[in-house]
Design a protein around this ligand. Structure first.
Ligand code: ARG
Length: 424
């Protein structure tokens, strides 16, 4: 019933937007301006259709007559809709390891419908979805963009590229099953062909597995997988076609190799060394370090089907990753918020913000990582990432001041995306 009502309201406002220019004046007690890093008192935002046309204060706005709708959020602070640069919206967090093998791609896509909605309602208005079989992420993105489903703005990768037997292959079954990850490509030319295939079927970004991982069977977290030649070839192809590349990389060698090959972001980055930090600074490579998920894996992972082998790998990864998050941030590496939601429950994405503060960021830095930095990584900073004139009206609100208490983001009470209110 609740869901049905939400869909109805969203559909009704979409219809209203389609029929005539709608002007909304949105006001609140305060607003976090992620560009200046300041808290603005008594803001008033004027929104026309899906865009912000003016950002001003309630004092400066004498005349509200233009507004066809006024939204006054007393006691609340506005923030830009937040951006999670590492999600798996079609993955069920309660099905890992062999449990996940029983879920078809069609079923995964249907689960993704609810996960997309939960993500948006948590205040995440944009995601970069990095790794989905069967292009389920492409289908979800398109259905959301066409107004058929409620969810965040999605930038998607399709299947993740990886070597045979690597982190992005499917290693759970014995040889007679001939199981193979859809993004498996060995050698530079196969890797290039796979990039082309992903673009053909709708990818906005390329995801590649540069090292072993925690949740894959039989891979070493620290070990490099793709060679430099393979990585360079696939990155060059992606860049020629105007796509960014996200590299799953835990181990230092694999991180450094991926940065040298020109990837745009390092995912996880757990065992980054001094050389990696130097290289990332020099090349402007972003780091997307999922420092909350370790709590879920070690707490609830076993019940969800995570293999003992993976739990053991997590025990030797999580803590170092958190220390290295601090080092990377102190060194001035560009950071985004990437959570790996899908490994853990969708909608809990913003729990990571308080950990980003515990491990070295100020609240405003954590919010910038989760907004303007994500937009810049996606090369969408002219359209997304802050509450500013000309950008899409993706705006959320919390009760109180998030710069005093970042965990307020775990309870987002207002969500607008594209000028449409989804939660109030
Ligand atoms: N998808 C990642 C992997 O399997 C999750 C890593 C989670 N652990 C962590 N400490 N961030 O490698």
């Amino acid at each position: 019933m609740k869901n049905a009502l939400r869909y109805f309201l969203a559909a009704a406002s979409l219809a209203a937007l389609g029929s005539h220019a709608d002007t909304i004046v949105l006001s609140a007690d305060a607003m976090v301006d992620v560009e200046s890093g300041k808290l603005i008192q008594n803001p008033a935002i004027i929104i026309e259709d899906d865009k912000i046309v003016s950002v001003t204060t309630q004092d400066a706005l004498s005349d509200f007559s233009e507004a066809t709708q006024r939204i006054e959020l007393k006691g609340k602070t506005l923030l830009p809709g937040l951006m999670d640069m590492h999600t798996h919206l079609t993955s069920d967090p309660h099905e890992h390891g062999y449990k996940r093998l029983a879920t078809s791609q069609n079923r995964a896509l249907l689960k993704g419908v609810g996960y997309a909605e939960a993500t948006l309602m948590a205040g995440v208005t944009t995601v970069r979805n990095v790794g989905a079989g069967g292009y389920t992420d492409v289908a979800l993105r398109d259905a959301i963009n066409d107004g058929e489903l409620v969810g965040p703005r999605m930038f998607v990768s399709g299947p993740s590229l990886g070597i045979t037997g690597g982190h992005c292959d499917s290693n759970l079954l014995p040889p007679e099953y001939k199981a193979k990850g859809q993004g498996v490509a060995d050698g530079p030319w196969e890797a290039v062909a796979k990039v082309r295939e992903n673009i053909k079927y709708g990818a906005d970004v390329i995801k590649v597995c540069a090292t072993g991982g925690v949740l894959s069977k039989g891979t070493k977290v620290g070990a490099q997988q793709y060679s430099f030649e393979e990585m360079k070839a696939l990155v060059d192809e992606a860049h020629r076609r105007g796509l960014i590349v996200a590299a799953h990389a835990h181990g230092a060698e694999g991180i450094n190799n991926a940065i040298r090959a020109g990837v745009d972001s390092i995912e996880h980055g757990s065992f980054v060394d001094k050389e990696g930090i130097k290289l990332a600074k020099k090349n402007g490579t972003y780091f997307s370090m999922d420092i909350y998920v370790t709590e879920y894996i070690l707490g609830e992972g076993e019940a969800a089907g995570i293999l003992e082998e993976s739990l053991a790998k997590e025990r030797m990864t999580g803590e170092t990753q958190r220390e290295n998050f601090r080092k990377a941030h102190d060194a001035g590496i560009k950071m985004v918020m990437g959570t790996d939601a899908g490994v853990y429950p969708h909608g809990d994405n913003l729990k990571q913000l308080s950990r980003m503060v515990t491990f070295g960021m100020t609240p405003i830095e954590a919010l910038q990582a989760a907004s303007i930095n994500g937009a810049t990584l996606l090369k969408k900073e002219k359209e997304l990432g802050s509450i500013a004139e000309g950008k899409y009206a993706d705006i959320i609100a919390v009760d109180g001041n998030p710069l005093d208490d970042i965990s307020l983001l775990e309870d987002v009470s207002f969500v607008m995306k594209d000028g449409v209110v989804y939660k109030q």
